[in-house]
Unconditional design. Sequence first.
Length: 319
Amino acid sequence: MAEHYKKYIKSADDLVTSCEQTRAGFIAFALEKNRRSTPYIESAKSFKILASEAKTPKELLLINNIRPSLLTAAGLSDKALNHLTEADKDKAINELIENFLEPAGEHFVDEAVYRYLLIKGDSLGGSMRNLVGAISQQKLVRTLLSNMDVMGIEYSWIDTNNPRVWIAQPNDDYAIENNLKAIGWTKEGNNRVLSFNLSIPVVGKNVDICLFDCSLDDYNGGKVVQTPEKLIMLGELKGGIDPAGADEHWKTANSALGRIRVGCSEVNPQLKTSFVGAAIENSMASEIWTQLEKGILSHAANMTVDNQLINYCDWLLTI
């Protein structure tokens, strides 16, 4: 019987992210960034209207309600504000006024708003970089839920905000992938729990995808990690779509997978490993394919290719 991954991956070429998939990924990321920028735009509108009560830049200091926004426009992040005194903050606002707002003349309010948006945009960029992993995990979970729905598999799940309580499968599971920490099910008498971003003691690092042979009770809020023989599969997930960072992401993931195999070689030699990535270039595709063919890597998928991701989730539900 052919290996499970071979249903849709016949060679290294099948793993490579196409130009069309890369473009689609960038567009999807841009749309998400625009969606998440909406609160900043609305805040800037409010800032402008409130700040417009001032006739001169110095009068902005008299409007207490806009002080937090002035501090942002002055270039101070929320993290920086925790380390500054009120005198430091006053100095920053005064320097903003003297160096940038007063030279702008009658357009000083617009200048303040532009600078506010510039700093907020930088903050958004940082948060979006952190969200790449979360967004890819959400896509994987949603695909898994879709497979379970088609196969008639019932499940329970854990919310990231309440990591010790199992929740029964809802009638409408809309958007639960946004907060899902773990999911458990029973199929053909086998109890399974799939969890994300757990620190595995025998590995000494966090692992993106963790599949356990255990019941909901045995999962015990994630304490099952103390029983490595319960591990079935550990996998790495890299959702960045930028081809420029693809090789580096693979090197990081490959190194992590190597640590996993070494750490579990004695306590769980049957452990399976997998890799799911969005940006897969030719050289890394060849390495992944070679590892699959040699049995070093148990499964892999390009998450921009629907049939590969669906097949990967099918594998999770059958191993």
